[in-house]
Design a protein around this ligand. Structure first.
Ligand code: GTP
Length: 177
């Protein structure tokens, strides 16, 4: 009798301050759409997408969390079971970049990854289409090097697909599976 293979589902969670564009980057990646309207995420949303990682088709579940403090207490159950964490900031907001250290620590405490020192983080600088940039690529890369994270930047508004950070999340997440 042939053994049934369990389908692989990889959970990628998006965290970061309110308004940095978490819902927008997810919407761009999953639906190839963008809206200028701001609608705060209430609690969480998640979407699934089939992706190919090293010749295997896996289901990538992308969890979009609320950046407002009101919903931060929801963190712990939402963070658990993640295979990769994407820390999102807005390149026009130094405050949103500085907050990533807090978000990362919070994830490590509440998400309880098996091996915190080896857990994959991806940092995504969003809104590169705007001219009033405050956080340089160099500064972001420097911090990513310190914490051992992969760095990507782009624009949910103008990038046609924004696939690279998500495909990297699937690739790194698969190693955690
Ligand atoms: P919370 O749900 O409150 O945590 O916010 P969020 O991080 O999900 O932000 P959201 O995706 O709702 O985007 C906030 C605002 O920024 C919206 O008005 C978006 O249209 C806008 N926005 C998001 N991404 C971009 C981008 O790449 N460029 C520009 N110019 N605006 C963007």
């Amino acid at each position: 009798m042939s053994e049934k293979k369990t389908p692989v589902t990889l959970k990628t969670i998006l965290i970061g301050n309110s308004g940095v564009g978490k819902s927008s980057v997810m919407n761009r990646y999953v639906n190839h759409r963008f809206s200028n309207m701001y609608r705060a995420t209430i609690g969480t949303d998640f979407f699934s997408k089939a992706v190919n990682v090293a010749g295997n088709t896996v289901t990538q579940q992308i969890w979009d969390t609320a950046g407002t403090e009101r919903f931060q207490s929801l963190g712990s159950p939402l963070y658990r079971g993640s295979h990769c964490c994407m820390l999102v900031f807005d390149v026009t907001s130094t405050a949103s970049f500085s907050a990533l250290d807090m978000w990362r620590k919070e994830f490590l405490v509440q998400g309880e990854p098996q091996d915190p020192s080896d857990f994959p983080f991806i940092v995504l600088g969003n809104k590169t289409d705007l001219s009033n940039r405050e956080v340089s690529r160099r500064k972001a890369l420097q911090w990513c090097e310190e914490i051992g994270a992969e760095y990507f930047e782009g624009s949910a508004k103008e990038d046609p697909d924004l696939e690279k950070p998500f495909l990297k999340a699937a690739e790194l997440g698969l190693k955690q599976y």
